[in-house]
Structures are given as structure tokens and as C-alpha cells.
Design a protein around this ligand. Structure first.
Ligand SMILES: *Cc1c(COP(=O)(O)O)cnc(C)c1O
Length: 301
């Protein structure tokens, strides 16, 4: 097990046993779902004797923090293509410690900038590997099939079944992996519930579906549970209630959430099930982002 599962102490959802899987405690580079995905990318990167990694992400990117850290650890150069308006965050500071090179780009020119960066590194004789933003792709999906298998092991060992598995959904790769895991194990797919942090339902579910089809390599027509009710104005948007909840979860559980991903998803989960009458076992996947917890504290003070 790469990360622990346990029951929370307070009744955050009426009548329910709420469990948490602490992906934020994956033991390297401050963990999170980007760390679990990166493990798979680096297995390939190390096998292929890569000398330079190119990836993409904004200043709040947990992905870039993890990738740059694993690059420097393995003696590989790291190039991060990033939008022009770069905010200073704990993640960008950690990228700097990890000696990442930033390549700035206008948002509309990102894919050209990525191609140019890869081409010029190739010309310099580098062996280049590109990691899609957020660790999107079959390797990222595979990482969350493994996570799903860990959840099943926990269920079997503890003689429990989760009625719902709730998580923050961004690019949807994490959710796609969990869906593939459920599919492969003949489990009920509808128990996997993504709370979208920015994307509208139609677009987001299409991307998830594409990831599932690409990984399973077969048609997929099942319904995907994705709730886009909490996106507000989109990526990075949060409200006062989310701030209150972030403080409470830290006070009563000692768990850091953030206002971009996990805090938004936890808030959405609580809101959706606040009138729940059934006695259910719910698992919340804490997808990580500890440095964003500290950025969140600075925003709310
Ligand atoms: C990236 C991220 C997500 C979203 O993961 P996707 O696989 O892109 O859907 C959720 N939570 C945190 C903390 C993240 O960093």
C-alpha cells in the first residue's frame, strides 16, 4: 500500500462512516496523486536512459513539483513549460530547489512552445521524454488502477465495502484509473464519484471516457459520475464555506486540505450528502497537495 486508509473521527456526513485514503502521505516529494502517477512515468524514463524531461503546468501545479524533484534526484534535466503569469507559490519554490528550468509561454502558444522545447533539446543531443500536464495518459491511468486495487485489498482485509468513493477530478486521469480498476474487477462503477474542480460535465466526462477507452482498449458506454456543481468561476475559485471547512478539517482531523482541489471536493461531498438518510461507508480520496494547504492559509489570513 502506497498510502493509508482510515476512518475519520468526526461525523462529517450524517449517518455515514467516512473513510479517507491519504494519497497526500505517499512518501516522496510531498506525495499526492501526481506522485503516484510520476512513479510510473519514471520507471519508463529510467529504463530509457532519458537525459531531459519536458512537462507542462501552472504555478500551483503539484505535478511540476513532483516531476522536478524526481528529475533532480535521478540526474535528469527538467523543463517546465508554464504560462507567462507565474505566481510565486510553495510549489514553484520547491520546483526551484529541484533546479527546474522554466520555459514561459502565452497560454495560446503552449503546444507550440512544448514542441519547440523538445526539438531544440533533441538538436542538442538530449534524449527527451515528454510528460503530459498533470500526468495524463495511460501510465497515469495505470497508477490509479493500482490505487483501486489497494482499496479492494483494504475492503477485503477489513470486511467492509465502500458505497461511494469520492475524489477531486481535474484532467480526470485519476478518476479514469479508478473506473478502469472497478471495471477490471467487475465492481460497481457508479460508486466512483468525481467532483469537478474546473471543467464542465460534458467536456470532463468525454475526456475521462477517452482515457478509459485508451487504457482498456475497448468501447466503453457506462455512465460516468461527475458533478460540476462546485466549480464556481473555475480553476482556483473558492468560497467562504470552503475556507471554514478547510479550518475545521485541520482542527478536528489534523488533515490539510487546499482550496483548489481537495477542499473543494470535500466541501462538495459534504454538500451533496448532507441530507443523506442511509447508513453508508464513504471513502474520500485525499489526492494531495500539501504545499497548496500553506498557499491557502496565506490567501485566507
Ligand atoms: C491534479 C490534482 C487533482 C486532479 O487529478 P486529475 O487526475 O487531473 O483529475 C486532484 N487533486 C490534487 C491535489 C491534484 O494535484
Amino acid at each position: 500500500m502506497l498510502s493509508p486508509i482510515y476512518k475519520l473521527s468526526k461525523e462529517w456526513i450524517p449517518n455515514c462512516n467516512l473513510f479517507i485514503k491519504r494519497e497526500d502521505l505517499i512518501p516522496f516529494s510531498f506525495g499526492g496523486n501526481k506522485a503516484r502517477k510520476a512513479k510510473y512515468f519514471f520507471e519508463e524514463i529510467i529504463k530509457e536512459n532519458i537525459t531531459s524531461v519536458v512537462t507542462y503546468g501552472s504555478s500551483s501545479s503539484n505535478h511540476c513539483r513532483v516531476i522536478s524533484n524526481l528529475c533532480v534526484k535521478n540526474g535528469i534535466k527538467c523543463y517546465i513549460v508554464t504560462p507567462n503569469q507565474q505566481k510565486k507559490t510553495y510549489n514553484t519554490m520547491l520546483c526551484s530547489i529541484s533546479e527546474a528550468n522554466y520555459v514561459y509561454s502565452e497560454i495560446s502558444k503552449v503546444s507550440i512552445t512544448i514542441d519547440d522545447t523538445i526539438n531544440s533539446l533533441n538538436k542538442m543531443g538530449e534524449n527527451v521524454y515528454f510528460i503530459p500536464g498533470g500526468g495524463h495518459g495511460n501510465l497515469g491511468t495505470e497508477a490509479y488502477v493500482e490505487c483501486y486495487n489497494e482499496i479492494i485489498s483494504f475492503e477485503n482485509e477489513n470486511d467492509i465495502e465502500f458505497d461511494k468513493i469520492v475524489l477531486a477530478s481535474g484532467t480526470g486521469t485519476t478518476q479514469a484509473g479508478l473506473i478502469c480498476g472497478a471495471y477490471i474487477n467487475n465492481d460497481d462503477l457508479s460508486r466512483i464519484i468525481g467532483i469537478s474542480i474546473a471543467r464542465k460535465k460534458d467536456y470532463a466526462t468525454n475526456v475521462i471516457k477517452d482515457s478509459v477507452v485508451s487504457y482498456l482498449n475497448k468501447d466503453f458506454h457506462n455512465n460516468i459520475n461527475l458533478i460540476d456543481k462546485y466549480i464556481g468561476e473555475g480553476y482556483g475559485y473558492f468560497n467562504e464555506d470552503m475556507i471554514t471547512l478547510l479550518k475545521e478539517v485541520y482542527k478536528y482531523e489534523g488533515i490539510p486540505l487546499d482550496l483548489t482541489y481537495t477542499g473543494k471536493a470535500f466541501y462538495g461531498m459534504q454538500d451533496i450528502y448532507k441530507e443523506n438518510k442511509k447508513n453508508e461507508n464513504i471513502l474520500f480520496i485525499h489526492t494531495g497537495g500539501t504545499p497548496l494547504f500553506f498557499d491557502s492559509l496565506e490567501e485566507i489570513k
